[in-house]
Design a binder for this molecule. Structure first.
Ligand code: PHE
Length: 357
């Protein structure tokens, strides 16, 4: 009995894992285990012997069971300790910078422009890219025969033959969102409308799809002076310079009267653009006072309300600010280009935190 006890207790103490323990359990206490067989022999013993051996065998059985359970727990504890050691993690280490994806310059600049105008009280409005001919042209005082229609190299949507309605167009500018905002919100109104626009054109500075942001402010007594201040604030904030000189050049758009194209003073010395100094002028946007007929089309009474509007090419000002030479590369999805010109995803542009990081 003592030999059995020593044999199993030391084997259990040395067992390396749970399956070794299970093997020992079967050897000792399984159906044909050594101790089980001994217990079966009790039946053949005489009563005196049985009285002695029975309790001893039972005690041994309990002792081995207890040793097995204790060893099992010890093995599990050791396994947990080992895992905790191996999977240890220092959560105070700095995050590893993994620049897998970047924010496209168009998205970045759209966010920058939005932050600047939001600070001046402008809300963001949107309109459809497939636009009615009326919103894109007529409502903006561009009637059917107007040469501006031809100049815009418009993409027309398909119409079934026999359908007499004018075909929808891919909007050629963001100005139709002026009309939609007036229809939706009425006066007074302050919105910017960023988005995609389309014209059939393709070279170093033109792509068939590009981006504009429209601005529209309507109130009781808005003048060109308000427009000028607003645009100066915008240009200073956007190009991150303290001072900038704007030049308003008389121009013509059917939907504004008077109209002005706006240039900013700049220098191209050494091939890089510097805004706010130098002897060159750079055209950056079209603008003017909203034409009374456009207010009427938007169901706003031009006797009571007036406003200014402007349109800026987002891709164009992105190229200027970030020194990107070719517009076509914007839309080629070349990862090397995106890594070079892209922005970190978590650097959201804000006026207080800095626009471009
Ligand atoms: N829609 C004009 C364009 O695409 C820009 C513009 C907008 C001009 C608003 C004046 C006022 O060229």
């Amino acid at each position: 009995m003592d030999d059995l006890r020593d044999k199993y207790l030391s084997a259990i103490a040395e067992a390396a894992d749970e399956s070794a323990l299970e093997t020992l359990r079967v050897q000792a206490l399984g159906k044909k285990g050594e101790i089980s067989l001994k217990m079966r022999e009790l039946g053949k013993m005489d009563p005196e012997e049985r009285k002695q051996m029975g309790p001893r065998l039972n005690a041994l059985k309990d002792e081995i069971n207890a040793a097995l359970a204790a060893k099992k727990q010890a093995l599990a504890d050791a396994a947990l300790d080992e895992r905790l050691r191996a999977e240890w993690l220092d959560v105070t280490l700095p995050a590893r910078v993994r620049r897998r994806g970047t924010i496209h310059p168009v998205s970045q600049v759209t966010e920058e422009v939005t932050a600047i105008f939001a600070d001046m009280g402008f809300a963001v409005a949107e309109g459809p890219q497939v636009e009615s001919d009326w919103h894109n042209f007529d409502a903006l005082n561009i009637p059917g025969h107007h040469p501006a229609r031809a100049e815009m190299d418009t993409f027309y949507m398909h119409r079934e033959s026999g359908d007499a309605r004018p075909p929808h167009v891919l909007r050629t500018h963001t100005s139709p969102v002026q009309i939609r905002s007036m229809e939706l919100r009425g006066a007074p109104l302050r919105v910017i409308c960023p988005g995609r626009v389309y014209r059939a054109d393709y070279d170093q500075t033109h792509t068939p799809m590009f981006h504009q942001v429209e601005g529209l402010a309507i109130d009781r007594d808005i003048s060109m002076a308000n427009l000028k201040w607003c645009l100066e604030e915008f240009v200073k904030a956007f190009f991150e310079v303290d001072d900038v000189e704007l030049r308003f050049r008389a121009s013509h758009f059917p939907f504004t009267e008077p109209s002005a194209e706006v240039d900013i003073r700049c220098s191209w010395e050494g091939g890089t653009l510097k805004v706010g100094e130098g002897d060159d002028w750079l055209e950056i946007l079209g603008s003017g006072m909203v034409h009374p007929r456009v207010l009427e089309a938007g169901e706003i009474n031009p006797e009571r309300w007036q406003g200014f509007a402007f349109g800026v090419g987002i891709d164009r000002i992105a190229m200027l600010k970030y020194g990107i030479p070719d517009l076509r590369a914007f839309f080629e999805s070349d990862l090397r280009w995106l890594r070079h010109y892209g922005f970190a995803a978590l650097d959201v542009p804000t006026l207080h935190g800095g626009l471009s990081g």
